[in-house]
Design a protein around this ligand. Sequence first.
Ligand code: NI
Length: 174
Amino acid sequence: MAVLPIVEVPDPRLRLVSGPVDAIDAATRAFVADLIETMYAAKGIGLAAIQVGVDRRILVIDLQAEEDAEGKPVRDPHAYLNPEILSVSDELSVYNEGCLSIPEQYAEVARPASCRVRWQDEQGGDHEEDMDGLLATCMQHEIDHLNGVLFTDHLSRLKRDMVMKKLTKMRKMA
Ligand code: NI
């Protein structure tokens, strides 16, 4: 397993529409393991393949909501291959989102509060599930990445400019 370098804005690869995963094989599973390791190393709760420069419809999520007796997050990673949103709720929820490709910047984004998602796992098995709460938000954020969309695209131009200015300032100070 390997920690892969994360692609950051304004890298044009983040605007690519990722293609489907046709063959779910050992190489795919090895890549999924790398993606999961990279997500943990970067302290993220979700990561899409294009964020490490691979334009395939693969993403991993671990909300790390559970804690063990010592207060450490319990790891429960999930891989979603060829994920598709089948339907969304009219009801919206607002979450303060961040993104490993837009480091250390956060903004409130309104998205459907729940969604029904279909995907394949890394063994090729088919799944369909209703998601809500943080999982629904995270899933929609990550599927956006597969379509070349960033969370800042959901903001007003004023807010988006503010986020990008803060990022530029932070990079200069680093
Ligand atoms: Ni992101």
